[in-house]
Design a protein around this ligand. Structure first.
Ligand SMILES: Nc1ncnc2c1ncn2[C@@H]1O[C@H](COP(=O)(O)OP(=O)(O)OP(=O)(O)O)[C@@H](O)[C@H]1O
Length: 212
């Protein structure tokens, strides 16, 4: 990642769009504190991602590119565990867990162990875990990869509603997804941010329109 400079407004969705190897996950890892930048800096709500990592993590929800779930814990137990980490009160945590599992069509799997879920179900559980407790900032690395069209739409609906409570940064390969969800789109290639703007601005600048 080279000379990346970007700013995301509160309660908006920022989509980082780019091909395989563009540098999206690397950028996300720097924001979560998983990777140290060689130079430069990033702040979340005014706090430095390296220096104030512990403080930032309290207001961060993360869905990594590859699901990091506990195979022996059920969906429900995952929700309670992560809700607890967000210091949610028990009853509120249960209500929120029920709501999120229902929005992501996982209610019938609530008491199934994560190790026995399908790939798409695990992906949705990873997303539910990232959203519980309404973290101020939500970082989602390709949250809809591997989902069927119906579930992808459910995720889009959930994220659009979540915007009222969180600022969301997500990576995707899908132009359709970025177009539908994003308030601002950043297009990355070869480690650099090539262009940023709203969908309309990008279409006006680069779109050729349709020829019938
Ligand atoms: N730990 C690492 N050390 C060295 N190079 C790395 C490391 N991790 C990733 N890279 C390289 O950095 C580049 C960007 O990788 P990154 O995972 O950020 O891409 P991406 O945009 O998320 O791609 P994808 O869509 O395939 O997930 C790739 O060329 C990759 O090989």
């Amino acid at each position: 990642v080279d000379q990346l400079s970007s700013q995301v407004e509160d309660n908006t969705i920022f989509c980082l769009l780019g091909h395989n190897g563009a540098g999206k996950t690397t950028s996300m890892s720097i924001m979560t504190g998983g990777l140290l930048p060689d130079s430069g800096w990033a702040t979340i709500a005014g706090q430095d991602v390296v220096r104030d990592k512990a403080k930032i993590r309290k207001s961060l929800g993360v869905c990594p590119q590859f699901d990091v779930l506990y195979s022996e814990l059920s969906c429900w137990e995952h929700m309670l565990l992560y809700g607890g980490m967000q210091a949610m009160e028990h009853q509120q945590c249960e209500e929120e867990a029920r709501r999120l599992l229902s929005c992501l069509s996982l209610s019938s799997k609530a008491h199934q162990r994560a190790g026995y879920l399908s790939g798409g179900q695990q992906r949705r559980l990873s997303l539910a875990v990232a959203l519980i407790g309404d973290p101020k900032i939500v970082l989602l690395d390709e949250p809809t990869t591997g989902l069927d069209p119906d579930n992808r739409r459910k995720v889009w609906k959930l994220l659009q509603a979540q915007k009222q409570k969180s600022t969301i940064i997500l990576t995707t390969h899908s132009m359709e997804e970025a177009d539908l969800l994003a308030d601002t789109i950043g297009v990355m290639s070869k480690g650099k941010m090539q262009v940023q703007g709203t969908s309309l601005e990008l279409k006006q600048a680069f779109g050729t329109g349709y020829i019938l």
